[in-house]
Each structure stands twice: as structure tokens, then as C-alpha cells.
Design a protein around this ligand. Structure first.
Ligand SMILES: Cc1cc2nc3c(=O)[nH]c(=O)nc-3n(C[C@H](O)[C@H](O)[C@H](O)COP(=O)(O)OP(=O)(O)OC[C@H]3O[C@@H](n4cnc5c(N)ncnc54)[C@H](O)[C@@H]3O)c2cc1C
Length: 414
């Protein structure tokens, strides 16, 4: 229950959300529900690319490509699916690559805890808002070797599936899998647009313009956009893989690097081509069907900057994997290829909280491979901080994901 003074404080607040991807939208949602005046500023009228173009798995358990130094080296030297690295990027951002290879794996438990809390928020959100997202309960992690599935089940739990079970779920040529009933799969396009409509219905103002710079003065935070500026009491920088560019004007570096992923959408004519979505772990390829009309095949983790050209070899490889392991793939017809850039920090942990030296500038990014999963909790943490309430997360985790770990310039705070 909120006191009258808390309600009045919230109503008087003007918060600017820089970047209206899934993280910016969930932050807006939790602020709007408390009566805060929210303005979302986004370059793109169609919204966040990564937030629409992803696999749509809401999971606390998925494994990930091992970013060891040797894998990075092999990925630079040639075509090392699913991880690809450009030499130019490696040279330009050597500090990021070095840090990521050193800290890889240390934050897995933290991410699992954050993701589990976020899963609960999703259940609450989906049941209270009634947005249709083609929700499917239960996700499979599938392997070529049965022993790999057994090993994963030992660490995360879940039901072990054998080759026959996988065939019943619609997959062939795989030795074993782990079925985790609590994990969810959604259609990211429906989630993104359902939430976007909801925040607009709740009163969010949307400004379509590019944020160039940020300045702090006696009136609050001034966001300089292409056609003028907007003023706010607080801002949240949630521009995904572009956060580094935006933070430059305030002397902060969140050490976020884009990791490109590719999505191939297929038309289908009936439901049940597969009966459960799956991550084909040996390839880092995700397969999900939404309703009767859409099959989504997703893959790649490319550290190549914001490059938008897609080599045909990549789409050919993805389609090849789907054809090899989805029993009824012949009934699906690929019709469009899309991409998204995951925002990945140098220790692969989220960057959520107040930017050092600024009282009124917050950031929420670095959610990398699990940005859809963790967006609600990221939004909830930042909104509680702005409202002066205690965030729904242990202090130890808040410190681990704090923006302060990447330093910051000493500047005049408002
Ligand atoms: C292929 C692929 C598969 C994935 N699969 C999953 C999955 O199964 N489960 C999961 O949990 N996560 C998954 N992810 C990760 C997830 O999609 C991302 O982590 C998440 O979408 C990031 O959201 P965001 O809001 O931080 O960034 P974005 O979605 O990138 O949004 C940032 C927004 O900021 C705007 N912006 C940028 N610069 C400016 C500027 N200068 N001015 C104004 N606006 C600006 C952009 O237009 C954009 O709308 C996947 C990602 C990819 C690419």
C-alpha cells in the first residue's frame, strides 16, 4: 500500500526513457502504473530491433556459447558457427574482449537468480494484462549426445528426454534433451507490440527522434534530440547496444558491445510442426512455432559491430540445421530474414542502476542473451530506485550489476 505523499511524488515526476526496446518499455510500464509521467524517446518508429527479432525464450536455465580465448581466436580466423568475431572489432575493442574472456562464466548464478525473479514477473504481467503472446509452457534444451543432456539436467533439473521423446516433440537426429516445464516461449513481436500499446494506453508520450547528447542543468536532465530537446527530472538510458554512444556525453562507459543474431521466419500451414520449442545446444540454434502460421529459427552470436549485411552462408547454415533436426521442416517456407543486436557487457552481467556521479541518470542495459527474459526485473529495479523504494533484489546482486563497476567521470551532480 502506498502512502499519499508517495503517490503525489510519483505523479509529479517526469521521467525520460531513452530507447523504447523491451527494457525501456517494461521500465515505462512499472513507472506508469505508479502514476509517473513518462516520455519514451526512440529513433525508430518501429521500435527495438533486438526486442522484436529474437528467439522469444523466457528461461532461467539456458546454457550459452563458451567465449574462451581459444574460441574467440578460432572465430576470428574463420567461420566458427555459431560464434563469429571480426578482427577489426577485436582490435578496436580489445579491452572488452579481454575482460569478457576472463570473466566468462563467473556471473551465471547471478543471472539465473535474476532470470527466475523475472519469470515470476512475467507470469504476473501476462495474467494481469491478458496480452496474447502465443505463450507456450516448457522449453527443451536438445543435444546430439544423450550424456550432455544428462549432465545439464544434473545442474539445472528438468526432465531428461531420449531420442524417441525428442522425435515425439518433432525433432530428429538428436540424442537427448532436457525439458524444463517452468520455462516459457512467446512470440516476441506480439510481446513487444502488446506492451507498447499498453504503455501508450497508460499515458506514455512517445517521441520519435535520435538522442544525440545528454546534459544536466538546474532544470533537470536535458536530452538533446535531432529536432530540439526534452527535459526530465530523471532519465533511464535503455538504448540496448547503443548505450555506449549515448553515455559518452556524460563521461560514462557501460562497456557494452553488440552481438548480432539472425532470425529466419517461416510460414506454416498448421500448428504442431513441433510440439515444444527447443534450443539445439550444439549449434546455439533456437526453434519455436507460434500458433499455426509461424516457425521461428534463430541463431548466431556475432561480435562484428552493428554491421547489417547478412552473408548468404549464414542463412544457409541456419536453414541447414533446421532441415536436419526438425522432422516436419519440409512443411515450412522461409519468407524473411531479420537481425537484432544483443547488448553485451564486458562481464556479461546486466548493467542496471544509477550512473556514478549523477543523481538522476539511470541505465538499464547489458542483458545480452537473456534480455527478453530479464526485461521485467530490470524495469522493476530501475523504477523502484527512481521512486525511492527498495528494489526487489538482494543487495549482493544489485552490487554485481551496478553501473559503478565500470567507473565513471567525476562531474557535477544535480
Ligand atoms: C537473435 C537473438 C535471439 C535472442 N533470443 C533471446 C531469447 O530467446 N530470450 C531472451 O531472453 N533474450 C533473447 N535475446 C536477447 C534480447 O533480444 C535482447 O537482450 C533484448 O531485446 C535487448 O533489449 P533492449 O531493450 O535492451 O535493446 P533493444 O531492443 O535494442 O532496444 C533499444 C532501443 O533503443 C533505441 N535507440 C538506440 N539508439 C538510440 C538513440 N540514439 N536515440 C533514441 N533511441 C535509440 C533503438 O531504436 C531501440 O528501440 C536474443 C537476441 C537476439 C538478437
Amino acid at each position: 500500500m502506498c502512502s499519499l505523499s508517495t503517490v503525489i511524488t510519483a505523479i509529479l515526476l517526469r521521467v525520460g526513457i531513452v530507447g523504447g526496446g523491451i527494457v525501456g518499455l517494461f521500465t515505462s510500464y512499472y513507472l506508469l502504473r505508479r502514476g509517473v509521467n513518462v516520455t519514451i524517446i526512440d529513433t525508430d518508429p518501429a521500435g527495438g530491433r533486438a526486442s522484436e527479432n529474437n528467439a522469444g525464450f523466457i528461461v532461467s536455465t539456458a546454457s550459452k556459447p563458451r567465449l574462451s580465448l581459444s574460441l574467440l581466436a578460432r572465430a576470428v580466423l574463420g567461420f566458427q558457427a555459431p560464434v563469429r568475431v571480426s578482427l577489426a572489432r577485436l582490435v578496436r575493442n580489445a579491452r572488452w574482449f579481454l575482460k569478457v574472456s576472463r570473466s566468462y562464466g563467473y556471473g551465471d548464478d547471478i543471472i539465473a537468480k535474476i532470470a527466475r525473479r523475472s519469470l515470476d514477473l512475467y507470469i504476473e504481467f501476462l495474467s494481469s494484462e491478458g496480452i496474447d503472446v502465443d505463450l507456450v509452457r516448457g522449453v527443451i534444451s536438445a543435444f546430439k549426445k544423450w550424456e550432455d543432456a544428462v549432465m545439464l539436467a544434473k545442474s539445472i533439473g528438468g526432465r531428461v528426454l531420449d531420442e524417441r521423446d525428442l522425435r515425439d516433440h518433432g525433432y530428429i537426429g538428436l540424442g537427448g534433451g532436457v525439458y524444463v516445464e517452468e520455462d516459457l516461449s512467446i512470440n516476441p513481436l506480439k510481446l513487444y507490440w502488446g506492451l507498447r500499446k499498453r504503455v501508450e494506453d497508460l499515458g506514455a508520450r512517445v517521441v520519435i527522434d535520435e538522442v544525440r547528447r545528454i546534459r544536466v542543468d538546474e532544470k533537470g536532465v536535458v536530452v538533446i534530440v535531432g529536432k530540439g530537446s526534452t527535459e526530465h527530472d530523471y532519465i533511464v538510458i535503455s538504448a540496448g547496444s547503443r548505450c555506449g554512444e549515448i553515455c559518452r556525453s556524460i563521461g560514462y562507459n557501460p562497456m557494452v558491445e553488440p552481438a548480432r543474431g539472425i532470425v529466419i521466419l517461416h510460414r506454416t500451414k498448421r500448428a504442431g510442426l513441433i510440439s515444444s520449442p527447443a534450443l539445439l545446444e550444439d549449434y546455439g540454434v533456437a526453434v519455436a512455432q507460434h500458433g499455426s502460421e509461424l516457425l521461428r529459427v534463430t541463431g548466431f552470436f556475432e561480435l562484428i559491430g552493428h554491421r547489417v549485411k547478412i552473408d548468404r552462408r549464414l542463412t544457409g547454415w541456419l536453414i541447414g540445421i533446421a532441415r536436419k533436426h526438425v522432422k516436419n521442416y519440409g512443411e515450412a517456407e522461409p519468407y524473411t530474414v531479420r537481425m537484432g543486436f544483443r547488448p553485451c557487457s564486458a562481464d556479461l552481467l546486466p548493467v542496471i542502476g544509477r550512473i556514478p556521479s549523477y543523481k538522476n541518470i539511470y541505465i538499464a542495459t547489458g542483458l545480452c542473451r537473456l534480455g527478453i527474459t530479464m526485461a521485467p526485473i530490470a524495469g522493476k529495479i530501475v523504477s523502484s530506485m527512481i521512486l525511492g523504494e527498495s528494489p526487489p533484489m538482494d543487495q549482493e546482486i544489485l552490487s554485481a550489476i551496478s553501473p559503478a563497476r565500470f567507473g565513471g567521470r567525476k562531474v557535477q551532480a544535480l
